[in-house]
Design a protein around this ligand. Structure first.
Ligand SMILES: Cc1ncc(COP(=O)(O)O)c(C=O)c1O
Length: 427
């Protein structure tokens, strides 16, 4: 029998964790808390050290390990930020009312792309919130909607920060394997009903990091129905909305029937506008989740600098053709890298979206094929090519690496040649 949905549109009632209404903190030895100690090691920090060692050794490093876009931010965004720095009214704390222009711009942008969600238009006050990036938003959202010991359905592989966020929130991750044979979509029918019923939320991310898998509307309809059936909040991390090939944009779960009653979607200027260092994003969707997250954030931050919010507002107003142009840059790089890797014997299929190429390490790597961290360490040490080890994306990531398409096609071809030489080197 279907369980009673736990997600309601109450503010913040239906989805708020006990923590949202009152905090208890515990130190459990040394200075680090148990939840801090439960955080996994960061593969990005590991690769940072490995890159520094390679540079110190005189290697010319081609860094494809981090998904930090190298394309320029929109000029109108930079102009808005410049103007804001000359405007003293931007210098103080930005309270919630100050972030309304960004929330309005985000709602307008969503309406222009996807139309109004079935059942009602998004309201900038009830359905939108400014974030300091979608990473910050997701971590605090888990605090806002789940209590220590609660379970979360989490894709595996997944963006590494999810695992840290789950640990810090004291949650149990129930892994949902993403398999290539299943289009890198979780098989929701394979989730044990007991697991689905005891979980608080389902986390999805399409276009996906690291696999570059894409979800279609039919999958989102199944995910929405699943969340209704099991009383789950559907958290769709959506920073790669603008990175699909072709004319259509990646689907927004909020545009699906019944989604606004169960789903919240997290957006980022980091990928859409190449503004990763600016730390700005926004959440849209379920009003109870938005209100709970706003409440947690009121204890944590005073919103991003108003000038950065104005930069995001300016970027959100740019025509869709600009996003298309950038997506084509990544598509061309992807094609160039796939072709260059094929030439050195590493055959891969180009995905239709995203900023990444997710690749099983070829058998020619010998023992390193089963140890992505050792493979990446040896590769950057010997060739200067830095990749992200699949292991950092979860147990199902082991045996893979992720290439970030954040250098031009020539650099990617150079990287592929060096990888080819590494794979054929004796020993
Ligand atoms: C799936 C996913 N979510 C969130 C982020 C971080 O986005 P932001 O810069 O908005 O915090 C990334 C960055 O690579 C990502 O891949």
């Amino acid at each position: 029998m279907a369980s009673e949905p736990r997600i309601t549109s109450a503010r913040p009632g239906g989805v708020a964790s006990a923590r949202t209404g009152g905090v208890a903190s515990a130190r459990t030895g040394g200075v680090a808390s148990a939840r801090t100690r439960a955080m996994p090691e960061s593969v990005f920090a590991h690769m940072d050290a490995a890159k520094a060692a390679a540079r110190a050794d005189g290697r010319d490093v081609i860094d494809l390990s981090i998904g930090s876009s190298d394309l320029p931010p929109p000029p109108e965004a930079l102009a808005a930020l410049r103007d804001a720095t000359a405007d003293p009214t931007t210098y103080g704390y930005c309270l919630a009312s100050g972030s309304r222009p960004l929330r309005e711009a985000a709602v307008r942008w969503h309406r222009e792309r996807f139309g109004d969600p079935p059942g009602g238009a998004l309201d900038p006050d009830a359905h939108a919130l400014q974030l300091i990036g979608s990473q910050e938003g997701l971590a605090h959202l888990l605090w806002a909607v789940a209590d220590p010991g609660d379970a979360i359905l989490l894709p595996d592989p997944a963006y590494p920060s999810y695992f840290g966020a789950v640990a810090v929130a004291g949650l149990e991750a129930i892994p949902l394997p993403l398999r290539e044979a299943h289009g890198f979509l979780p098989d929701l029918d394979a989730v044990a009903p007991g697991d689905a019923d005891r979980a608080r939320a389902l986390v999805l991310n399409y276009p996906n990091n690291p696999t570059a898998g894409v979800a279609d509307e039919a999958f989102f309809d199944r995910a929405v129905a699943f969340c209704h059936r099991h009383g789950l909040l559907l958290i769709h991390d959506f920073p790669y909305v603008d990175t699909v090939d072709g004319e259509a944009c990646a689907p927004s779960v909020l545009a699906r029937p019944g989604a606004l009653e169960v789903a919240i979607e997290l957006y980022s200027a980091s990928k859409s506008f190449h503004m990763g260092g600016f730390r700005i994003g926004w959440a849209l969707g379920h009003p109870g989740a938005i209100a709970a997250l706003a409440r947690v954030k009121s204890a944590v931050d005073f919103n991003a600098y108003l000038g950065i919010q104005r930069a995001a507002v300016a970027a959100l107003a740019r025509p869709r053709s600009a996003a298309r142009r950038d997506a084509l840059v990544f598509a061309a790089r992807r094609a160039a890298l796939v072709a260059a890797l094929a030439e050195v014997g590493w055959a891969l299929t180009a995905p239709p979206a995203g900023m990444y190429l997710w690749a099983r390490i070829p058998a020619s790597a010998g023992a390193l094929a089963a140890d992505s961290l050792a493979f990446c360490d040896a590769l950057v040490r010997d060739t200067g090519v830095a990749l992200a080890p699949g292991r950092g994306f979860g147990p199902h990531g082991e045996g893979h690496v992720r290439f970030a398409l954040v250098r031009d096609a020539e650099a990617l071809r150079d990287a592929a040649r060096r990888v080819g030489a590494f794979l054929t080197k004796p020993g």
